[in-house]
Design a protein around this ligand. Structure first.
Ligand SMILES: Nc1nc2c(ncn2[C@@H]2O[C@H](COP(=O)(O)OP(=O)(O)OP(=O)(O)O)[C@@H](O)[C@H]2O)c(=O)[nH]1
Length: 301
């Protein structure tokens, strides 16, 4: 029998924190998307690519769908909803450990509106609950939309991540290899680097600070002789007080961010990293659509 190759786009949607980026990393096999406990971690519409002998899956990560509070929130929603258009499969993620509520219903309503050929439901974080709870979640989730398939998995432990791949394999059409074998994301390296730095800030601070920062890679140069990347990045905040928090007493906080980000970046780039971080204030940037787009968030770049 002739070998057929399948390929296509799968958009992952869900409430903030549902676990979309974690699932993408689990399928790719290493970290390409940043994750954190802070809702609205994902700001870029970003695709990760997995190429197997029999298929290429292009997974589109989206910002968590939620009730927007500002221009940034609105822009992130618009971006997630647009990412469901013209794709082969929409995969909605629901966190098994949280009762299905109005937030999920709202996301499902958006999923129901789009004309994607196939829609699958992923009940994730299965490691956090008993099988009985999963069954109940399944019952409730079935009512939300007409799903072609339901997959239960844990992206954190890796349990049944292959089930997701197989479900996608079932519903993807035959098609060409859109991207080269060794390409695992559609984003420029500068964007991934800025995101890795932003992740460390999300994980280190609470309250308003994580939502108020934007990170831009200003310059990155590889020095062959030293097998080292020199990276210069700016962390933007909205207020003076936030600048103080990011820098910390005697520069301790920013130093720690730098240490943690460097570790990750060295792994990403496979060489040494010199990281120079600068903090600047851009007043109320989250209310300024032009600035949001200049950062590349939402529809962005
Ligand atoms: N226990 C457990 N935790 C998980 C699992 N998947 C994700 N998480 C955790 O849930 C949190 C949110 O995960 P993300 O992957 O950042 O969620 P997201 O849907 O991309 O979030 P947004 O970008 O805010 O929309 C992180 O702390 C993850 O470690 C899982 O299968 N099991």
């Amino acid at each position: 029998m002739a070998h057929t190759f399948k390929s296509g786009f799968v958009t992952l949607v869900g409430r903030p924190n549902a676990g979309k980026s974690t699932l993408i990393n689990a399928v790719v096999g290493h970290k390409v998307a940043i994750t954190s406990n802070t809702a609205q971690t994902t700001r870029h519409r970003f695709s990760a690519i997995v190429t197997r002998d029999d298929m290429q899956i292009i997974m589109v990560d989206t910002p968590g769908l939620h009730k927007p509070h500002d221009a940034l929130g609105q822009e992130l929603n618009t971006s997630a909803i647009k990412a469901m258009e013209d794709v082969d499969v929409v995969a909605m993620l629901i966190d098994c450990s949280k009762p299905i509520g109005r937030g999920d219903e709202w996301v499902a309503a958006q999923v129901n509106e789009v004309h994607a050929p196939h829609k699958i439901l992923i009940l994730t974080k299965a490691d956090l609950v008993e099988p009985k709870v999963i069954e109940e979640q399944m019952k409730a989730a079935k009512r939300l939309a007409r799903w072609d398939e339901i997959v239960v998995l844990s992206a954190k432990t890796g349990k049944n991540v292959s089930g997701f791949e197989e479900a996608v394999a079932t519903w993807l059409p035959e098609g060409p290899k859109w991207f080269p074998d060794d390409m695992d994301t559609d984003q420029p390296l500068e964007v991934i680097v800025a995101e890795f730095i932003r992740e460390k800030i999300l994980r280190s601070f609470r309250d308003e600070v994580p939502h108020s920062i934007g990170v831009v890679t200003e310059d990155m140069q590889y020095e062959r002789k030293k097998d080292l990347y020199k990276i210069y990045a700016t962390i933007y905040v909205e207020r003076d007080s936030q600048k103080g928090i990011i820098i910390g007493k005697g520069g301790q906080a920013i130093k720690q961010i730098g240490i943690e980000a460097r570790k990750d970046l060295e792994q990403l780039l496979g060489c040494g990293v010199y990281l120079d971080l600068n903090v600047k204030i851009k007043k109320n940037w989250r209310r300024d659509l032009n600035q949001i787009r200049r950062f590349g968030y939402g529809e962005g770049i």
